[in-house]
Design a protein around this ligand. Structure first.
Ligand SMILES: C[S@@+](CC[C@H](N)C(=O)[O-])C[C@H]1O[C@@H](n2cnc3c(N)ncnc32)[C@H](O)[C@@H]1O
Length: 376
């Protein structure tokens, strides 16, 4: 059966795996190496394109892929499989073979020379080569970590100089040190909301709009709230900048208000239409008036529960102390994990996944994914 291969970016493989599972919830993926996930599901090219366009951690797909493991198979075997793959194609035209090396080199294997041989096979099968404007692309991925070499019809591209991987929060007109890295912000929105649909994402403490900018760029419906007017103005400016003069594909709302009073802050027309909450609460001194960290999170979640839809999910980002010895323990920068865990459970959430992300020597982040039940 024709198989699909997803290739993840190397930034945070566990998060990228969770993201692709969120964006393709009916597709089962199995890792053949940390960054290569195989699936026997048939997804349409348009669906694959949409995942690539909106994901943060998925680099590309190889459709109808073939592969070898150089530990016990030869390049000749790959070329035989590639010949069959090209013969089985129900199309024909101008073609380019692109190459990508991930996780280091494979000894005694040349991606360029193998790509050249695959190009020659394609020419023998009536394709023409056009590296500038090909109608079709074959991707050749050499995974140095596993010695797997895979080849298939490329959906997406190998170019990291375009797309989310290359964007920086510092490029935006309104930047503050609190601004989330675009790739983490985008990934969090996708984890919380899954495939793009008519439901909205809620960012109750938007700051410079890290999540909101990504959501609007993807064409999602989005509500961004902040109690600080300067943040609301800055987020509005950042969204306008990100849209580059184009109208947003969907409606969005940036509003001044208290995250602890969301039903009053957000127009009724949005109530019951929120499938994902992304929450990056403040932790610095004086950043949240008289409320304690826990009080603020708890009140925000309870007020969000009054307006979310069934099956809503929450992504919560909190700073933690780096787990240098990989003990698996969670040491929050402020407060105790047990207390936060209890609070989350009291707020109707059930944790589905948790990941750590390194920020610098003395700071990491905990990224929690949870389901959150609406209030009765
Ligand atoms: C850590 S920042 C969010 C950063 C954001 N993710 C970004 O990319 O810029 C937290 C934000 O929460 C806002 N905030 C704090 N308490 C709030 C409340 N009760 N209601 C709404 N916003 C609040 C602060 O004004 C601040 O902008």
């Amino acid at each position: 059966m024709a198989e699909l291969l997803a290739c993840l970016r190397g930034w945070h493989v566990e998060l990228a795996t969770a993201e692709i599972e969120a964006l393709a919830p009916h597709t089962k993926f199995a890792a053949i190496s940390p960054r290569l996930l195989a699936s026997s599901s048939q997804l349409k090219t348009a669906e694959l394109q949409q995942i690539i366009t909106c994901s943060s951690g998925v680099q590309c797909f190889l459709d109808d892929y073939v592969s070898i493991n150089l530990e016990h198979e030869s390049v000749e075997e790959l070329l035989e499989k590639a010949t069959q793959m090209i013969r089985d194609a129900k199309f024909n035209g101008a073609l380019a073979v692109r190459t990508l090396r991930i996780d280091g080199r494979i000894n005694d294997f040349s991606t360029q020379s193998t790509a050249g041989k695959i190009g020659s096979i394609a020419v023998a099968e009536q394709f023409t080569i056009d590296l500038e404007n090909p109608e079709f692309e074959i991707g050749l991925i050499a995974d140095g970590g596993s010695n797997i070499v895979a080849c298939g019809w490329l959906v997406g591209n190998f170019d990291d100089s375009i797309g989310t991987a290359n964007r920086r929060a510092t490029e935006r007109p309104f930047f503050r040190p609190i601004s989330l890295d675009p790739r983490l912000a985008r990934l969090a929105v996708n984890l919380a909301c899954g495939p793009i649909d008519e439901q909205a994402v809620l960012d109750p403490m938007t700051g410079t709009g890290g999540f909101a900018v990504e959501a609007v760029m993807m064409g999602r419906r989005c509500i961004a709230v902040d109690m600080n007017q300067a943040m609301v103005d800055g987020t509005t400016q950042n969204i306008a900048w990100a849209l580059q003069g184009q109208p947003a594909k969907n409606d969005y709302l940036v509003v001044t208000g208290d995250a602890c009073e969301l039903p009053e802050t957000i127009e009724n027309s949005w109530h019951g239409q929120i499938s994902g909450i992304v929450l990056d609460p403040p932790y610095g001194r004086n950043s949240h008036g008289s409320k304690s960290h826990y009080d603020l999170i708890s009140k925000t979640l309870q007020s969000a529960r009054a307006i979310i839809s069934e099956d809503a999910k929450l992504v919560l980002i909190v700073p933690i102390i780096p787990d240098k010895n990989d003990t698996g323990e969670i040491e929050l920068l402020h407060g105790q994990w047990d207390e936060l865990n209890q609070l989350l459970s009291d707020c109707g959430t059930t944790i589905i996944g948790r990941w750590k992300e390194h920020v610098h020597g003395s700071l990491s982040r905990l990224i929690l994914l949870a389901s959150i039940a609406p209030l009765d």
